[in-house]
Write a new protein. Structure first.
Length: 153
């Protein structure tokens, strides 16, 4: 039987998990800002994020009721920019793929994602969810997810 998996909106009660995942070394390595984030700054960031759903959307992925990862979408002028993190203790099990394949169905608009070229797992996850490599800019791979599914889909 399939293990229940869902994406739900993040809440303030998720602050500790989100901070731990954000400060994990591999997450920092994959991020533009690689600084360790402190608790106060994180709480402020999360509270602001949850209060601006027109600009930022945050989800928690739950597997069998346990928080196993997060996805985020930031409003750009022409698209939403998405990013994702799996809890360090459950990486290597295909969870990012499950998160992203659910996430893309929440949008009717184009999505973009930035992936560093050494992040092979994220490149694979993005491509498997339907993202297409658009270009490489400033050392980062820019992926796009078209707003209209192709006929083959
Ligand atoms: C990157 C990340 C999201 C991947 O999540 P995950 O669910 O654990 O991914 P998996 O380990 O199951 O790997 C996904 C795919 O990449 C493949 N893969 C993983 N590491 C690989 C490597 N070094 N070389 C080649 N393939 C690799 C897996 O085999 C899998 O392929 P498959 O779908 O064909 O089976 C997770 O490691 C993470 O949160 N990292 C830190 C934050 C981060 O990088 N976020 C993304 C920013 S763009």
């Amino acid at each position: 039987m399939a293990i229940p998996f869902r994406l739900r909106p993040a809440e303030m009660k998720d602050a500790a998990s989100l901070l731990a995942w954000r400060n994990d070394p591999a997450t920092r390595e994959a991020s533009h800002n690689q600084d360790v984030i402190g608790l106060d700054a994180h709480i402020k960031w999360l509270s602001n994020s949850l209060n601006k759903p027109d600009l930022r959307l945050l989800w928690i992925a739950e597997m069998d009721g346990l928080a196993v990862g997060t996805c985020r979408a930031d409003r750009l002028e022409y698209a939403w920019e998405v990013s994702w993190t799996v809890a360090p203790e459950v990486r290597g099990k295909g969870i990012a793929h499950q998160m992203l394949s659910k996430l893309v169905h929440n949008f009717n608009e184009p999505l973009v994602a930035q992936v560093k070229p050494d992040n092979i797992a994220s490149m694979k996850v993005a491509e498997r969810a339907g993202f297409v490599l658009d270009k490489q800019e400033n050392g980062v791979l820019l992926y796009i997810y078209p707003s209209t599914p192709s006929i083959a889909d």
